[in-house]
Design a protein around this ligand. Structure first.
Ligand SMILES: [Cu+2]
Length: 667
């Protein structure tokens, strides 16, 4: 039991008398709940799992197919399946998908919806523009057969679409989304990735943390501020539902951090699995004795589309229809124009390496943070991360060029990602104005293999926020978090400070905190740093299960340092470190030489904020913790609407007559 390593300590007025654990927690004030035991990993021992041998590129039928688009030999890029069959109502990836505007309608003080604010002159974390506008959306969540790569599977869709519809707003607008759960056997919630939810911490959308799940047949309306601007996405946060398809782009228009002619809109990059999400969760959570490998992706998608090299053996084995040349994403461009691409890794596990053949890409924002522009050959995105890049279309009017995003070689043979080797690279065709839009581009990638094989984000020395902020050098609280992958006797699970996480859907932590109920079961993994104004987390990864994209809700984290071994106290760009909401945490070099990241944030947002790995299968296996921020303010100031309690009553009523198979952590 993880609980024995976790104790609760009341430090009210007794900070100096309490035994401060060495190197774990700095002096704390008021009521602080911390794990006071030695956080040194108890063990890093786990039951050895099978490591499948990946296929060669193209799989068993490779000789029938050619090129990066996995086309049947001799064919062009006319799709063999209609969009409705592959992606339902989605318009993403089609030539008719609209270009995005510079902003939505509304008042224009000083010529812009955000007035005179620029990325360099306005602190993005205070006083968002007051626009008086609300953007309304209605989402229906349901099951539907989809075939994004030509292989039919049971998917989860929003308004009949995979990927889901766009949410758009201007910086400072309110967004209102009425979500109908039309699923018949499971709850759901939606999370608005990267937004701060400063006025509405109950609408962050995490079941067991801020709300109860939306019961089947019920609806729930989220209303929150577009309090940051740039590129992001929304996704389900109930178990691994988003890996089944419940995700879509969320674009907040704001001041520009670079000049461009057209906005190509969201470019969603996602690894893809041919099993339904629940089967993959079952695989993740199977007893170690079953000797199952972790979920392994079969394909990779750009805006929900790619071809697959169908072969008779595999089709017979899984009984699914597979249609070659199903259809890939396409884009139109004009020679000489500069485009803004909004890259989003909306996948379940894999690190994406994005490039356009022969092109340099200029990064102008990472996550919701505009940065001083820098140029790369390849953009690296862990799950949940985004980059806004500028690309100048320098080709001739008749050119056709490949856009690529690859998962690289399989982690089973030293790569970054658990793919089966058959189709790790997604491609889309970029057509200049006089090109034939069925032609197959013939360009080749010039990105060196060494860049594809690098499982790390861009160097912190490269990534400098446009709006300068200097974090406190001596934060009030320093917490070490040790991540391990270990056996609990029957299952291999992830642990944070020797405690694996389990969600209680019926008992949201925020609602407890509002009532002043601050004693939580150990497996809620709750950290309470009281009124501490600044928190530093030194996060060590003792696991050798791959790189973890660590995501903090409610904040942009200062990313102080990344490395392996033990942190030496150094900070990169200490006066203005990169800020973002997901950062890749390196793999351990060996069981005794961990990877680490050091992050810090200012506690200006009372609420309960998740800090977790964004790999769907890792959070399912417990790689998750809750941080209670400013509990006194939660209790005193938050006006939590009555719909939150009603949603719990509805969920309780539904679960009174239905069984919820919560086989994973729940998130
Ligand atoms: Cu992870």
């Amino acid at each position: 039991m993880a609980g024995k390593f976790f104790t609760t300590m009341l430090l009210a007025g007794l900070a100096s008398a309490a035994p401060a654990p060495q190197d774990q927690v700095s002096t704390a004030v008021n009521t602080v709940t911390v794990n006071t035991t030695d956080n040194t990993p108890v063990t890093t021992a786990y039951t050895t799992q099978v490591t499948p041998t990946p296929s060669s590129l193209g799989g068993p039928a490779a000789t029938l197919y050619h090129g990066p688009a996995m086309l049947l030999k001799g064919s062009n890029l006319i799709p063999k399946l209609p969009q409705q069959i592959t992606n339902g109502n989605s318009i993403w990836g089609l030539l008719k998908a609209p270009r995005l505007p510079k902003w939505l309608n509304g008042p224009l003080p000083q010529g812009f919806p955000w007035g005179s604010r620029t990325p360099g002159n306005a602190n993005p974390y205070i006083n968002p523009p007051n626009t008086g506008k609300t953007r309304n959306y209605v989402f229906h969540i349901s099951e539907q057969t989809i075939a994004p790569d030509g292989v039919e599977k049971p998917g989860l869709v929003i308004n009949g679409a995979f990927p889901g519809p766009i949410i758009e707003a201007n910086w400072g607008d309110y967004i209102e989304v009425q979500v109908f759960n039309d699923l018949t056997t499971e709850g759901t919630t939606l999370h608005w990735h990267g937004l701060l939810q400063k006025e509405t911490p109950w609408f962050d959308g995490i079941p067991a943390v801020q709300q109860c799940p939306i019961a089947p047949g019920s609806s729930f309306t989220y209303r929150f501020r577009a309090d940051l601007y740039g590129t992001s996405w929304y996704h389900a946060h109930y178990s691994a539902q988003y890996a089944g398809g419940l995700a879509g782009p969320m674009i907040i228009y704001g001041p520009h951090n670079g000049q461009y002619d057209q906005d190509m809109g969201p470019i969603m990059l996602s690894d893809w699995y041919h099993d339904d999400y629940f089967k993959l969760v079952e695989q993740t959570m199977a007893p170690a004795a079953d000797q199952l490998p972790p979920p392994v992706s079969q394909n990779n998608l750009i805006n929900g589309k790619m071809n697959y090299p169908c072969d008779a053996v595999t089709i017979a084995a899984n009984g699914r229809n597979c249609t070659p040349n199903a259809g890939i994403s396409k884009f139109n461009v004009t020679s000489g124009l500069t485009y803004r691409l909004r890259l989003i890794n909306s996948g379940a596990e894999g690190i994406q390496k994005f490039s356009i053949d022969g092109a340099k890409l200029t990064v102008i924002a990472n996550d919701f943070v505009p940065v001083q522009p820098y140029t790369v050959d390849v953009v690296t995105l862990g799950i949940g991360q985004r980059s806004d890049v500028l690309w100048k279309a320098t080709g001739k009017p008749t050119d056709a060029v490949w856009m690529r995003s690859t998962l690289g070689t399989s982690a089973f043979v030293g790569g970054c990602t658990l793919n089966d080797g058959i189709s790790p690279e997604a491609v889309a065709a970029i057509y200049y104005q006089k090109a034939n839009t069925s032609d197959v581009p013939t360009t080749v990638s010039t990105v060196p293999a060494s860049e594809i094989e690098n499982c790390a984000n861009d160097a912190l020395s490269l990534t400098v926020p446009t709006y300068k902020m200097t974090p406190p050098k001596n934060p009030h609280t320093v917490q070490v978090v040790n991540i391990t992958y270990q056996s609990n006797g029957t299952h291999n699970l992830f642990y944070m400070n020797n405690s694996t996480f389990k969600a209680n859907y019926n008992d949201p932590v925020l609602l407890d905190a509002k009532l002043g109920n601050m004693n939580f079961p150990a497996d809620y993994n709750v950290y309470n740093f009281g009124t501490s104004p600044s928190i530093r987390l030194v996060v060590y990864n003792y696991a050798q299960t791959g790189v973890h994209p660590m995501h903090l809700h409610g904040h942009n984290m200062y990313i102080l340092q990344v490395g392996t071994g033990l942190w030496d106290g150094s900070i990169v760009n200490a006066n203005n470190p990169q800020r973002r909401d997901v950062q890749l945490l390196p793999n351990a070099v060996s069981p005794t030489e961990p990877g680490y990241i050091v992050i810090q944030y200012d506690t200006d947002n009372p609420g309960v904020w998740p800090f977790h790995c964004h790999i769907a299968w890792h959070v399912s296996a417990g790689l998750y913790m809750n941080i209670i921020e400013q509990p006194q303010s939660i209790k005193k100031d938050l006006q939590i609407p009555s719909i939150m309690a009603q949603t719990c009553r509805d969920w309780s009523a539904w679960t009174g007559t239905h069984i919820v198979p919560e086989i994973d952590s729940g998130l």
